[in-house]
Design a protein around this ligand. Structure first.
Ligand code: NAG
Ligand code: NAG
Ligand code: NAG
Ligand code: NAG
Ligand code: NAG
Ligand code: NAG
Length: 447
């Protein structure tokens, strides 16, 4: 019996009759590095330039506020947002007279928009929230945001994980005791993994439906080394990498995102110079070379967090771009040293994170009984994945697959269909609607 017809009928019925899905699993967003708003309040005695403000009466948006990222003003900005590391307490602190807070925990606003003015360049989880709302979700009720101080790593975000746990439990209760779907991006991947690894399996079984990870930076990225070497313009044309560097290297999260020893061999050449090559084996010499020993200290603090890569113990969907040139080695021309400008040698990845790191979830396939799905999205870069139709479609289909009316045809009954079949069906759907080619779905632990 060909089941395509009835499935299609149900699909069309559900899609076009304004049907509201009663069995929605509420969503909690966990952003990546730089993926939520930050606010600051100033009461400083010293500033780096006479044009810099010393005091403000209230908190203002400080993260990627384009007005603050112009020449001169950017120096004030860096002096307000950068952290100072204390190698005795192994913690960071804000500059004297600067108070930074994370607005909107629990709401969606501060993770949908990095820029509160809603400039399109500052949209983050907004497109995904929109698609969820179109499926019957409600912002702040069945979609929540879990922003955090992304400048810091998991070691300095321990209270965040406590709040995240409470948010997931509250969201479960608020939504008729329905388990939560975590949708995470980039560094939100390893942050969520760490969080899930801390929870008992019974808690996860009860509260977490699945983890949907977009561009998960599971094993870090060579790009973090590039940031230490020369800074990064965050994909913007207006920012000068060298100017951004001072702020970026002050963040322990940059050290957290260094290439992980679980993903890179100890003797793989990451940075090449005529005099000496740098690998994970002698990475501390690189930090000596750039005269930034704090960077190495932060790296040591975060190494245990990188080294733990236990499976999350929940159903996982990893969506990630590939086929986008992504730095995999820094090459300094003969006669130059680390104070020069390296040539970036590219490999495969999503433009920010190397492919081997993005594919990290495949290691859990044989290690957990919950299913692990990998979905490579050709030519979709690290941030575009947040607004790609392929991502939106995938999430929409996941939501729909939770509908008993719809799922029955696929996973129950005498003609039990696998997930693979379902997505073959989706492939047809997307071909009909002239959407971009639906890439092959790799799947595991199934049937
Ligand atoms: C600002 O800082 C000074 C000390 O530097 C302090 O005396 C003053 O009370 C602070 N003002 C506010 C509004 O916190
Ligand atoms: C810790 O910081 C102090 C002051 O900056 C410095 O003198 C010392 O060498 C640092 N220690 C390490 C282990 O980096
Ligand atoms: C969600 O809550 C935040 C603050 O709690 C509020 O500013 C925002 O308008 C709310 N959004 C919606 C759609 O209700
Ligand atoms: C809550 O869930 C139960 C079964 O899990 C269902 O019967 C009931 O209709 C749901 N209530 C609402 C308000 O969705
Ligand atoms: C650095 O690595 C390259 C490529 O692996 C190799 O050809 C070169 O000889 C190495 N240089 C040094 C100084 O070890
Ligand atoms: C994505 O979907 C929207 C709405 O269906 C459509 O307008 C847009 O053209 C699509 N984009 C691509 C690249 O297919």
């Amino acid at each position: 019996m060909d089941l395509t017809k009835p499935i299609q009928t149900v699909f069309l019925l559900l899609s076009f009759t304004g049907f509201v899905y009663p069995f929605l699993h509420p969503v909690v967003f966990v952003p990546g590095d730089g993926g939520n708003q930050l606010e600051a309040k100033l009461n400083k005695t010293d500033v780096v330039h006479y044009i810099c403000q010393k005091t403000t009466t209230d908190y203002f948006n400080i993260w990627l506020n384009l007005e603050l990222l112009v020449p001169l003003v950017i120096d004030c900005w860096i002096d307000n947002i950068k952290l100072t590391y204390d190698n005795a307490t192994r913690t960071t602190r804000n500059q004297p007279g600067v108070d930074v807070r994370i607005p909107g925990f629990g709401g969606t606003e501060s993770v949908e928009w990095i820029d509160p003015s809603h400039a399109s360049t500052g949209s983050y989880f907004n497109n995904i929230a929109d698609i969820l709302v179109s499926l019957g979700y409600t912002r702040n009720v069945s979609i929540k945001g879990a922003p955090y101080d992304f400048r810091k790593g998991p070691n300095e975000n321990q209270d965040y994980f406590i709040r995240l746990k409470k948010l997931i439990e509250d969201t479960y209760e608020e939504n008729n005791q329905t388990s939560v779907m975590l949708i995470v991006h980039s560094m939100g991947g390893p942050m969520s993994l760490y969080f899930l690894n801390q929870q008992p399996q019974s808690w996860k079984d009860k509260y977490v439906k699945r983890l949907v990870a977009l561009s998960g930076a599971w094993g870090g990225s060579i790009k973090a080394l590039k940031v230490y070497a020369m800074g990064d313009d965050l994909g913007s044309y207006v920012l000068r990498p060298s100017v951004m560097r001072a702020e970026q290297i002050s963040q322990p999260s940059t050290a957290y995102l260094l290439p992980s020893p679980l993903f890179w061999k100890p003797d793989e050449v990451l940075i090449q110079t005529q005099k000496k090559n740098f690998t994970l084996n002698n990475l501390h010499e690189f930090f000596d070379g750039i005269s930034f020993s704090d960077g190495w200290e932060m790296k040591k603090d975060l190494a245990p967090f990188q080294a733990s890569f236990k499976p999350p113990g929940v159903e996982v969907h990893c969506l990630y771009g590939n086929g986008v040139p992504t730095v995999e080695r820094l090459y300094y021309k003969p006669g130059t040293w680390l104070d020069g400008t390296p040539t970036l040698i590219n490999g495969d990845g999503d433009g920010t994170v190397n492919l081997r790191s993005l594919e990290g979830c495949q290691h859990w396939r044989s290690l957990q009984k919950q299913k692990v799905f990998l979905m490579p999205l050709p030519k979709i870069d690290h941030l575009t994945i947040l607004r790609s139709n392929l991502t939106l479609q995938y999430i929409a289909e996941l939501v729909k697959s939770d509908e008993p009316n719809f799922k029955e045809y696929i996973t129950e009954g005498p003609h039990k269909r696998s997930w693979m079949d379902k997505f073959r069906f989706l492939k047809k759907e997307s071909a009909q609607s002239k959407a971009p080619h639906w890439p092959d779905l790799l799947y595991v632990n199934d049937v």
